[in-house]
Design a protein. Structure first.
Length: 91
């Protein structure tokens, strides 16, 4: 085992999210958004977002939303999520 043995690849995270929300396109959008946040070497002024500020997931049952929120907290350390009108937003 290497020190990075506990890190999960971007592709694996996308696969996990796809399994939770059953929408590969939106899972990919989430990962692209988060990757863009990680790649920004300079701060972006609030008035100048380069991409959408968040991705809204499809409507999920309450237990599914809880699973997604738990997954975000455990797997995406730089991400945040909330629920608005029954849909989860990730940023």
């Amino acid at each position: 085992d290497t020190e990075k043995g506990t890190e999960i690849s971007q592709a694996e995270l996308e696969t996990q999210l796809t399994g939770l929300i059953r929408d590969q396109r939106i899972a990919h959008e989430v990962m692209v958004l988060l990757e863009s946040h990680n790649d920004n070497s300079k701060r972006i002024d609030e008035g100048e977002p380069t991409l959408e500020k968040f991705v809204t997931l499809p409507t999920l049952e309450k237990s599914e939303r809880k699973s997604v929120h738990d997954w975000v907290r455990a797997s995406l350390k730089s991400a945040r999520a909330d629920t608005k009108d029954g849909k989860i937003r990730i940023w």
